[in-house]
Design a protein around this ligand. Structure first.
Ligand SMILES: *Cc1c(COP(=O)(O)O)cnc(C)c1O
Length: 328
């Protein structure tokens, strides 16, 4: 496997912890949690692992500015802004829609890290991102474009490494050594980089369990196709070969509810249950939806009680403090 340039940004390995009280409350399988909400960069989250490779690539290209895009409460944009500050890049964030009347949650932090923000208004986000990149290039700012969610092959390598890290924990960490590897990994999947990395990592590092993405925004077919393409391209970048037909990518789209960022009782209940049984924080957009899916699957008897399920926490708690989600 080709080793790509990488910066040491994240606090790794993230810890793997049991959730016995949640397990008991649900009468379900053994539950573990992989704490990628604690990756250490600006309140953590899954984008930090991707940024270790993306920012290294930006440096290698001689870039001086990072440009990326996301939703108003984007965790990806918050972590990118922090990484830009830490490595001395300028940062431009293209955020969807109009500026809210009050700064809150992740958006406060974007400003705090000194990012410049461009609002798309009613325009297409991808178009505004391309235009902003072009403009910055013409202005001599040496921009480096990070796609939505940091999900290109370079970013996905962060999660190939993350799967290696999990397998390694079961090989060497005294707490987990000698135990059989988990049968399932469940997590929030959206732009697909996390899932592509984990799926490819499972193949490359012989992880035998199932890697199930709970879709946050798109129908399963769309996300399966995106992840399958990304797996293939990421393998190629690493000098490996791996092909997965989209239908072999495990995506569950039963929990899309009212759409991206629309909170319902199931997300609210998941936030409360994780909080009140384990003292853990879930976020309103991603991990609460994935956890709601996990809880529902457990209640429907999808897992046997003898199995072990890892809930891979992808972060996002700063959005709990967004004005938009105060009704939680
Ligand atoms: C971005 C994000 C995800 C989704 O990860 P992808 O790699 O985009 O699929 C999940 N959870 C949180 C908290 C995120 O910020």
């Amino acid at each position: 496997m080709i080793a790509l340039p990488r910066l040491k940004i994240a606090h790794l390995p993230t810890s793997l912890e049991p959730m016995p009280r949640l397990s008991a409350a649900l009468g379900g399988p053994r539950l573990l949690i992989k704490r990628d909400d604690q990756t250490g960069l600006a309140m953590g989250g899954n984008k930090t692992r991707k940024l270790e490779y993306l920012v290294a690539e930006a440096q290698a290209h001689g870039a001086r500015m990072l440009i990326t895009a996301g939703a108003v409460q984007s965790n990806h944009c918050r972590q990118t802004a922090a990484a830009a500050a830490r490595y001395g890049f300028g940062c431009l964030l293209v955020l969807s829609g109009e500026p809210p009347r009050k700064l809150s949650g992740n958006l406060i932090l974007d400003h705090l890290f000194g990012a410049e923000i461009v609002w798309t208004g009613s325009k297409d986000r991808e178009q505004v991102l391309q235009d902003s990149f072009q403009q910055a290039w013409e202005d001599g700012k040496r921009p480096y474009l990070i796609p939505f969610g940091g999900s290109n092959p370079t970013g996905a390598v962060g999660y190939v490494q993350a799967m290696q890290e999990l397998v390694e924990q079961f090989n060497t960490d005294p707490e987990w050594k000698g135990q059989t590897l988990p049968e399932w990994i469940v997590f929030a999947s959206c732009s697909g980089g996390t899932q592509a990395g984990l799926v490819l990592g499972a193949r490359l590092f012989q992880f035998p369990g199932k890697v199930v993405g709970i879709s946050i925004e798109e129908p399963a077919e769309v996300l399966q196709e995106r992840v399958a393409n990304l797996v293939e391209q990421t393998a190629e970048l690493l000098g490996e070969k791996a092909e997965f037909p989209p239908k072999e990518i495990l995506v569950n789209d039963e929990y899309l509810g009212g759409g991206y960022g629309v909170i319902s009782d199931s997300e609210r209940d998941a936030i409360r249950l994780f909080g009140q049984t384990e003292g853990l924080l879930l976020d309103p957009v991603y991990t609460s939806r994935a956890a709601a899916g996990l809880i529902d699957l457990i209640r429907r008897g999808h897992f046997s009680r003898a199995e072990t399920v890892v809930f891979w926490h992808t972060g996002g708690a700063p959005a709990l403090f967004a004005e938009k989600y105060q009704e939680i």
